[in-house]
Each structure stands twice: as structure tokens, then as C-alpha cells.
Design a protein around this ligand. Structure first.
Ligand SMILES: Nc1ncnc2c1ncn2[C@@H]1O[C@H](COP(=O)(O)OP(=O)(O)OP(=O)(O)O)[C@@H](O)[C@H]1O
Ligand SMILES: [Mg+2]
Length: 258
């Protein structure tokens, strides 16, 4: 309890409902995500994890039939207020997807693209610096520093995913959303990304969707379990995995369904 009090809240979801047309995908989601922590979202396929993740940077706005009610506060500000600048919001809340999706450009340009459209770098020197530090933070610099002008798509899957993380970092977001970022990767590349996620939490707040219980247990401080569009239980990762309050959570984490 005392530990909880010291934590700083970054994202608060208040009674979020999401509909795709007539079909309701999320039901009254209330939850809190803490700053500089990794929060894992788990649950069976179709339970609404990706839908919830996309609520945090309003990526659901681009889906015509999707309707959202409720509030999401980031730093105590409701991002669903009508006058919110979603471009600015998505600068603050970056995203990394399941399948690495580098642009068909050089490694350098993959990183430089965001800072250049957002006018973050003053000149070439500053851009070089952003590219280098982003790649360093993504634990990729040493592997690519001699081939910055080769295509990003020529990297291995795990390297491509770290490139996508570097790209997300390059515009200096506060929150990084990751939707199953390792599901296309082998165990070694996965271990590297997990290590990276752990180091990134010093600078960012991270929310990760994963199907891997062991990954959630390894990388996150808190875990939320979703089932059929509802948040069944959320708490300290250790508690969720060792001694959950809800039998459905217990059944899921022990592999009895899902
Ligand atoms: N673009 C969409 N249009 C219509 N329905 C959608 C759309 N995206 C998701 N849904 C529906 O919303 C529900 C939640 O889907 P969501 O993708 O959020 O689940 P998930 O937990 O991420 O699943 P998975 O683990 O398979 O990725 C599902 O019933 C899904 O079919
Ligand atoms: Mg999903």
C-alpha cells in the first residue's frame, strides 16, 4: 500500500465503453497506469486488449464504425475532449505493432522521418544526434552504425522491431504502447526486446499487450486481465500471477482457457 502511494499516475481510464457498430467490444473499463512502469495487458484473443491500447492514443478514431464513450486522462487531462489535437497526442503516445513495419527507407531515414515532420531537429548535426541516441536507446546502434544508409527492411526481424522502437522514441514520447511486439520474433530477439523494455521504463511509461504469460511476468510491474471486453482484475504482476483474486484470472494464467 505504501509503495502504491509513491507511484505517480500517468493514464487513468474512466468508464470506457467501445463499440464497433452495434457490437460492444469494451465494457466500462476503469484502470490506472503508473508513470515509468511497464503495464501488461493479457487475456484471450478477442477480449479487447488491442482495442483498449488504441484508446490511449485515439487510434480507434481512424476506424469509422468505432465509437468510444468515457474518459482517458493522461496527466489529468481528458484526451477525449472535443478540441484535443490528436496529432500532438500521438507524438506524446507512440506505438509499436506486432509485425515490425519499418518504412521502405534507409535505417537513418526511418528514425529521421518523425523528427523531421515534427520539426524537432534544427540542422543535420542535431538530426544525426537524434538518430544516434534513438538507436542507442533501442539497443541497436552497435549493430547498425556502419550501415545507416542501407534499407531498414534489410535488417533481421528482431532488429527491425528495435528499429521501430527507435523510431517511436525519436520524437521523444512519454508513453509507448506495444501490441504484441515480440510475437513475430524468435526467443533470442524476444529476450533482447524484453531487456530493452526494462531499460526504457526509466524514460517512458510502457503499456504492452502480450499473449505470453511468462513475458508479462518478466517485464511488467502491473498486469491487467481482460475477458470478453471486461477488465476482470488488475494489480501487481506478482500478485496476479501468484495469487489472483479472481478464479477466471487464475484459470487463464494456469492455461485452463484462452
Ligand atoms: N476494426 C474492427 N471492426 C470491427 N470489430 C472489431 C475491430 N477491431 C476489433 N473488433 C472486435 O472487437 C473485439 C476486441 O478485439 P481486439 O482486437 O481488441 O481483441 P484482442 O484482445 O486484441 O485480440 P487478439 O489477442 O486476438 O489480438 C473483437 O470481438 C473483435 O472482433
Ligand atoms: Mg490484439
Amino acid at each position: 500500500m505504501e509503495l502504491e502511494n509513491k507511484r505517480e499516475s500517468k493514464v487513468i481510464s474512466k468508464n470506457i465503453d467501445v463499440f464497433y457498430g452495434d457490437k460492444q467490444a469494451l465494457f466500462g473499463i476503469d484502470l490506472e497506469i503508473y508513470k515509468n512502469e511497464v503495464t501488461a495487458l493479457i487475456g484471450p484473443s478477442g477480449c479487447g486488449k488491442s482495442t483498449f491500447l488504441r484508446c490511449i492514443n485515439r487510434m480507434n478514431d481512424v476506424i469509422d464504425i468505432c465509437k468510444i464513450t468515457g474518459e482517458i486522462e493522461i496527466d489529468n487531462f481528458n484526451i477525449y475532449k472535443p478540441d484535443v489535437d490528436v496529432v500532438r497526442l500521438r507524438e506524446k503516445v507512440g506505438m509499436v505493432f506486432q509485425k515490425p513495419n519499418p518504412f521502405p527507407k534507409s535505417i537513418y531515414d526511418n528514425i529521421a522521418y518523425g523528427p523531421s515532420i515534427h520539426g524537432i531537429a534544427k540542422d543535420k548535426n542535431e538530426m544525426d544526434h537524434i538518430v544516434e541516441t534513438s538507436l542507442q536507446k533501442a539497443a541497436l546502434w552497435n549493430e547498425v552504425k556502419d550501415r545507416l544508409h542501407e534499407p531498414g527492411t534489410g535488417l533481421s526481424g528482431g532488429q527491425q522491431q528495435r528499429l521501430c522502437i527507435a523510431r517511436a522514441i525519436s520524437i521523444n514520447p512519454e508513453i509507448i504502447l506495444m501490441d504484441e511486439p515480440c510475437s513475430a520474433l524468435d526467443p533470442i530477439a524476444t529476450a533482447k526486446i524484453e531487456e530493452l523494455i526494462d531499460s526504457l521504463k526509466r524514460s517512458f511509461t510502457i503499456v504492452i499487450v502480450t499473449h505470453s504469460m511468462s513475458q508479462a511476468a518478466r517485464v511488467s510491474q502491473r498486469t491487467g486481465f481482460f475477458h470478453l471486453g471486461k477488465l476482470i482484475e488488475m494489480g501487481e504482476t506478482e500478485k496476479i500471477f501468484k495469487n489472483p483474486n479472481n478464479t477466471m484470472t487464475q484459470d487463464y494464467i494456469t492455461g485452463r482457457f484462452g
